[in-house]
Ligand binder design. Structure first.
Ligand code: GLN
Length: 489
């Protein structure tokens, strides 16, 4: 089979080929590196590659197969890590100048789990600096381009992870989602992206942005692949005190049950003003499809949704200002060359090392946390966050899952929103609320606009109900063809 056909296979298909000895893991890894060499100059999806480590893992898998040993289900199948996840010996830069020379001295828990499962890690994916952004234009190295149209953004902040999967540079990748950074790029790039329940996946070794919102999750070209990857990375971790000590269900089996009688809620607020007509009609078609599949459609309302973006930008910036205080030129990464004293060293290091968006957030967050303002901003935002959570509880008393557009519009032109941070922030109106509520959410392909750009359907579920959420996604996917179309680059 030519490498062009090989790379289009899903992770699970690649696994089956490995087990049937139709291909070796070294061949699989090499095929994907060939693809990376072919297209990544145009896409910019990778910050760095870890070819030797990937080949070493692939060889271990091939030996096991040769010796007739069983292999874990994702063993031997290539994967990319977002560049904010630590992996021993690799550059981990969070796409920031301040960490441009930082080499990880340890593995994140997700990395450790992937290694235990013999998943070859091919490299570190480009992202918005410190995961702050919706378009991947805030990377200090280079922007990522959307594989469906190189003039458009891939979405952010996990734009590299999403573009790499959409362009078949890898069948799997990991991203992180604080306000939509997995779901938005999945939607813009026409693939599957899952943000698990807060606490489902360990954050140990993930460079923190906003600790009460961050979650790691999978990207793939099929729902089944994401279910398999989520199974692989989930579970309790004593190194992350927010990680949940609850058994991990066998998602990849549970998703295959039918959805007759499933109550699917449609959020009325997210299908009204500001939604592009093409996105709206794709979502309406999806609603129709769910009816055909035997689901019961119920209209639900999240009246406090209008406060989500405001609440998020207080909480996320406040937590970021505190988390990013550690980048001071003393312990990590870049240090300014010419400083006369300690204070000047801190100031110059941070001025040189952080990009504009990161500085804006540190300033906003420091203000929100400052004495005299804390109660008015951070505390108030936390109170509204609680009310938003109550809204979700009410909605999930009526519906098993809820659906809405992942984003009111499709991928926009590179450069078109950089001068207007507020409009950039509004891109996340469909995704941010799930992080505030701590609930799982995912995006799957559900259509294309008139220019051929992908449209994403978001599915949300109550905390720890990833199985039901991915079941709703899997049933829709199996009844439609949108996921079969691959970007032509
Ligand atoms: N776009 C949002 C932000 O810039 C969300 C980012 C994320 O989920 N990491 O904060």
């Amino acid at each position: 089979m030519s490498y062009k056909d090989l790379i289009k296979k899903t992770a699970f298909e690649q696994h089956k080929m490995l087990v049937n000895k139709e291909v070796s893991s070294v061949e699989l890894v090499n095929a994907h590196f060939e693809r990376i060499e072919e297209v990544d100059g145009k896409l910019g999806a990778f910050n760095s590659l870890t070819r030797d480590a990937a080949i070493e893992t692939a060889k271990k898998v091939d030996n096991k197969i040769k010796n007739g040993e069983d292999i874990p289900v994702l063993a031997g199948v290539p994967l990319a890590l977002k560049d904010n996840m630590n992996m021993i010996g690799s550059y981990t830069t969070a796409s920031s100048k301040i960490l441009s020379n930082f080499v990880s001295p340890y593995d994140a828990t997700v990395t450790k789990k992937l290694k235990e499962n013999l998943v070859p890690i091919v490299g570190k994916a480009n992202m918005d600096e410190f995961a702050m952004g919706s378009s991947n234009e805030n990377s200090s190295t280079k922007p990522v381009h959307n594989p469906w149209d190189l003039n458009k953004v891939p979405g952010g902040s996990s734009g590299g992870s999403a573009a790499a999967v959409a362009a078949c540079e890898v069948p799997l990748s990991l991203g992180s989602d604080t306000g939509g950074s997995i779901r938005l790029p999945a939607s813009f790039c026409g693939i599957v992206g899952v943000k698990p329940t807060y606490g489902r996946v360990s954050r140990y070794g993930l460079i923190a942005f906003a600790s009460s919102l961050d979650q790691i999750g999978p990207f793939s070209r099929s729902v089944e692949d994401s279910a398999l990857l989520l199974e692989t990375i989930s579970g309790h971790d004593p190194k992350d005190s927010t990680s949940l000590n609850i058994e991990v269900p066998k998602y990849s089996e549970l998703i295959k049950k039918e959805i007759k009688g499933l109550k699917v809620g449609v959020i009325t607020e997210l299908l009204s003003d500001g939604v592009s007509p093409e996105v709206k009609s794709s979502i309406e078609n999806a609603i129709q499809k769910y009816k055909e599949l035997g689901a019961e459609i119920v209209e639900v309302s999240l009246p406090l949704l209008k406060y989500s973006i405001g609440v998020y930008y207080i909480i996320a910036t406040a937590e970021a200002s505190s988390n990013l205080a550690r980048f001071d030129g003393v312990r990590y990464g870049h240090r300014t060359k010419d400083a006369k004293n300690l204070i000047e060293m801190y100031c110059k290091t941070r001025a040189e090392g952080f990009g504009d968006e990161v500085k804006r957030r540190i300033m906003l967050g420091t203000y929100a946390l400052s004495s005299g303002y804390y109660d008015a901003y951070y505390k108030k935002a936390q109170q509204v966050r609680h009310l938003i959570k109550n809204d979700f509880d009410k909605v999930f008393a009526q519906a098993d899952v809820i659906i809405c557009p992942t984003c009111p519009y499709t991928a926009f032109e590179i450069g078109s929103k950089v001068q207007d941070p507020l409009s950039m922030y509004l891109t996340d109106i469909g995704t941010i609320t799930a992080n505030l509520g701590g609930i799982p959410g995912m995006s799957i392909p559900c259509g294309f606009d008139n220019d051929g750009m992908p449209i994403g359907l978001e599915i949300l579920a109550p905390a720890l109900k990833e199985d039901i959420m991915m079941r709703a996604a899997y049933n829709f996917e199996q009844a439609t063809d949108f996921h079969k179309k691959i970007a032509n680059i």
